[in-house]
Write a protein that binds this ligand. Structure first.
Ligand SMILES: Cc1cc2nc3c(=O)[nH]c(=O)nc-3n(C[C@H](O)[C@H](O)[C@H](O)COP(=O)(O)O)c2cc1C
Length: 212
């Protein structure tokens, strides 16, 4: 079958202004719970879009590890291309899609590093293998072979032995503080519901309906 033969019909209930929480973070948490209850694999997976100072765009998946009052938290290597983009241009966007539920959330705003203490707290909660691989990888650099990567991992294992695996200085979290969050619900005949929150100067949110 070719991909253009697939035409799913979206039959889910709609999204109305009266269903929405006044707070988009609470609304996001509700949809995240719905996705988790529906058995979606990695419901916190999000596509993060960044752009360099020159406006060159780049997008990749990350896992959201926190949804808080101030924003959306993810973790990565601070020497990676995405981190370089964010150092040059802190504006970024996230897209979360729960396609099985015909739902999408688009988030945009600005990104800051979280505190070292908060990064360390999360790092300590990770399995030892994931902590070691954070040390072993120079994320997105070219490497000769899989074998060379495994040797880097072995060197890191030998270095830390059975002792503590501390937070690498080049690794940690970011928080995207949203200025806009749009909730998209697929409806029959592609007459979809789209409700967008826009943050006002005083900090409260305005909700607007967008045409599909
Ligand atoms: C489902 C999924 C989740 C991912 N989560 C993360 C993550 O939380 N942090 C991360 O650094 N990379 C994550 N990755 C890998 C990134 O998509 C990407 O390959 C890597 O971060 C390098 O990106 P960069 O070269 O743009 O910096 C994930 C990939 C997938 C497919």
């Amino acid at each position: 079958m070719s991909i253009d033969e697939i035409r799913e019909r979206y039959s889910r209930a709609g999204l109305s202004e009266t269903d929405l929480s006044p707070d988009p973070i609470l609304q996001f948490e509700q949809w995240l719970r719905d996705a988790s209850d529906a058995g979606v694999f990695e419901p916190g997976a999000a596509c993060l879009a960044t752009a360099s100072r020159q406006g060159e765009p780049s997008a990749r998946m990350v896992l959201l590890k926190g949804v808080e009052e101030r924003g959306f938290i993810f973790f990565t290597n601070y020497g990676s291309p995405k981190a370089r983009d964010l150092a040059e241009n802190p504006r970024a966007a996230l897209v979360v899609a729960w396609v099985e539920l015909a739902r999408q959330v688009r988030i945009s705003g600005s990104v800051e590093r979280i505190s070292r203490e908060a990064s360390a707290r999360y790092f300590e909660s990770r399995p030892a293998g994931s902590r070691l691989s954070a040390w072993a990888s120079h994320q997105s650099e070219v490497i000769d072979s899989r074998r060379a990567l495994e040797e880097q991992m072995q060197r890191v294992q030998a270095r830390f032995g059975d002792g503590d695996i501390p937070l690498p200085p080049f690794w940690g979290g970011y928080c995207l503080s949203p200025m806009q969050i749009e909730f998209w619900q697929g409806r029959p005949d592609r007459l979809n519901d789209r409700l967008r929150y826009r943050r006002q100067a005083e900090g409260h949110w305005v909700v607007e309906r967008l045409e599909p």
